[in-house]
Design a protein around this ligand. Structure first.
Ligand code: FAD
Length: 515
């Protein structure tokens, strides 16, 4: 029973339409790729993960080209599907920007069944788009020396990035599109046959990327690997480059005291105990307190949560003691429901030899936001559960699902952000069954967190000082990144796993922000 029947769920970047919303697709400023599918069709189910991955892969291109799907197995969508002239599934159609509502689009017969092939097909359509093209789509054709020379006269961008590449490479156009939502930068591809520019900059490697300012002022963009993902990531982070509509983050924001607590500098590549303890305080004393009586699935969820905390929270002895006492108290409760007030008493009465066990109040360190509405608790919830999955693995647990089951139940029953809970539940339904061991649990949570980061990049909830990125970055973990044969980015899962074990290990957690 997903939030929406069919092959796609609300957390996906594929926009699912129905007969009523189809008309809204037409006469708009973005092109779109429409998948017509039927839930019952096996090939559609097999293709859905590819389409979903494509949607994530080109999510930055949305203002120029959107990915849309319609379930033609739904009775009420039948007419819309028929009038688009489709009888077999899955079908893909490309619609240029400003298509009229009589348009049936271009049928993409025999379309590729892989992300790279589909992405190239989209680029080809955008490049050959008739006027008027999507206004958000930057020029995709190769730049000439004359255009480069005149660039800063006719543009107010601060940076011009040139991707030098062979004619059959798509990297330049991919990076151009990846940057389309960013200001103060333009990206152009330059072909290896463009002798003037190639010799002027002394380019010998294709692809390679240069920042070009004048004919004597240019530098090669330093990247871990010469490939799309690395160029895009590096360019999006250049000084002065900012996502359209977002303020340029400046250090003075952090000193200006937008937050109640003064800003403290901290190490962005470490986990802080203060965030974990604050998450415990907030979840046990604030979030749970919204439930006067806890029973049924909620009570089960609470017990599972406390159990995994008791087993795996790498805290100070006093805190572990408090958790154990709460767990014992929960086990002693014989009825089918408990009162939150009683739970709270049990939690707060566990004062061992005068120690106030679970500190009250929150003090975010690694999870500080530049303004009060950013980061804080949800950041610490992710961090807490990453730590717990890693601790379960480290302590030799054999039940891969133990921590994730507890997280799923906690989020579903109690997490205050309800849309988050819906999205998380749909990811769990989709793929939690892939988890077979504590190691795959660690990787599952990491990859779903990245999926969420992808969806939230550029959203209003994003702290300008902490952009949503695919994590860990090349700087944080170079060996986590690799390239497939076709030049596509891929994660080296074994390296990622080692990195996560270390990053979230108990020994590495910093007790205080001063370090
Ligand atoms: P966070 O995403 O909170 O990450 C915290 C820290 O974890 C980062 O600073 C980084 O050090 C590390 N990290 C980042 N990525 C990874 C990774 N892949 N693996 C391991 N560690 C990583 N917000 C919404 O607006 N809509 C939602 O649907 C939504 N769903 C959520 C579901 C859950 C279960 C949770 C816990 C939160 C959800 N949120 C959602 C909140 C959102 O994901 C962020 O937590 C929030 O915006 C704060 O972002 P942040 O910049 O602090 O980084």
């Amino acid at each position: 029973s997903g939030a929406r029947a069919g092959l796609y769920s609300p957390g996906d970047r594929v926009r699912v339409v129905d007969a009523d919303s189809v008309p809204q697709l037409f006469n708009t400023s973005s092109a779109f790729l429409l998948e017509l599918y039927a839930t019952w069709c096996g090939h559609c189910a097999a293709f859905a993960p590819v389409f979903r991955s494509l949607a994530r892969d080109i999510s930055e291109w949305k203002p120029a080209v959107d990915l849309v799907a319609i379930d033609c197995a739904e009775e009420e969508n039948r007419k819309a599907c028929t009038s688009l002239g489709v009888t077999g599934y899955p079908s893909l159609k490309f619609f240029p920007a400003y298509s009229s509502n009589e348009s049936v689009g271009e049928s993409l017969r025999g379309f590729p069944r892989d992300v790279q092939g589909l992405r190239r097909l989209v680029i080809d359509r955008l490049e050959s788009h008739k006027e008027p093209g999507p206004p958000a789509c930057p020029p995709l054709e190769p730049a000439s020396a004359a255009e480069v020379d005149g660039f800063y006269e006719s543009n107010k961008d601060q940076h011009l990035a040139l991707v030098f590449e062979k004619n059959d490479s798509y990297v330049g156009r991919e990076v151009t599109l990846d940057l389309l939502q960013y200001e103060n930068i333009a990206v152009r591809r330059v072909l290896s046959s463009e002798k003037d520019l190639v010799s002027r900059l002394g380019v010998t490697e294709f692809p390679s990327c240069y920042l070009y300012y004048t004919d004597t002022n240019y530098t090669r963009l330093p990247v871990l690997m010469e490939a799309r993902t690395f160029y895009s990531y590096a360019l999006q982070r250049l000084p002065g480059v900012v996502r359209a509509g977002k303020p340029l983050p400046s250090d003075s924001d952090l000193q200006r005291n937008y937050t109640e607590e003064p800003w403290r500098s901290f190490n962005r590549s470490r986990v802080y105990m203060s965030d974990l303890e604050s998450a415990l305080h907030y979840s046990l004393r604030v979030e749970l307190s919204a439930h006067t009586t806890i029973s049924g699935d909620d009570l089960t969820a609470l017990k599972q949560y406390i159990t995994v905390l008791t087993k795996y929270f790498p805290g100070r002895p006093a805190i572990k003691g408090a958790l154990k006492a709460v767990e014992n108290w929960l086990q002693e409760q014989e009825g089918t429901e408990i009162q939150y007030s009683d739970f709270r008493k049990a939690l707060d009465s566990t004062v061992l030899s005068g120690d106030a066990v679970l500190p009250a109040g929150v003090r975010w360190v690694g999870c500080q936001g530049s303004q009060p509405q950013y980061r804080g608790y949800p950041c610490a919830v992710w961090t807490l559960f990453h730590v717990l999955t890693v601790q379960a693995k480290a302590s030799g647990s054999t039940d891969g699902l133990e921590v994730l089951r507890a997280m799923r139940a906690y989020v579903s029953s109690f997490f205050g952000c309800r849309p988050c809970a819906t999205h998380f539940e749909s990811m769990a339904q989709e793929s939690l069954s892939d988890v077979t061991s504590p190691a795959t649990a660690v990787l599952w949570l990491w990859s779903r967190h990245n999926q969420v980061n992808n969806r939230l990049a550029g959203e209003p909830s994003e702290d300008p000082h902490f952009p949503k990125i695919q994590w860990p970055t090349p700087e944080l973990c170079p060996s986590c990144h690799s390239l497939k044969n076709g030049g596509e980015h891929s994660w080296s899962k074994d390296q990622v796993l080692d990195f996560l074990y270390n990053y979230f290990s108990a020994e590495r957690i910093l007790p205080d922000y001063l370090q």
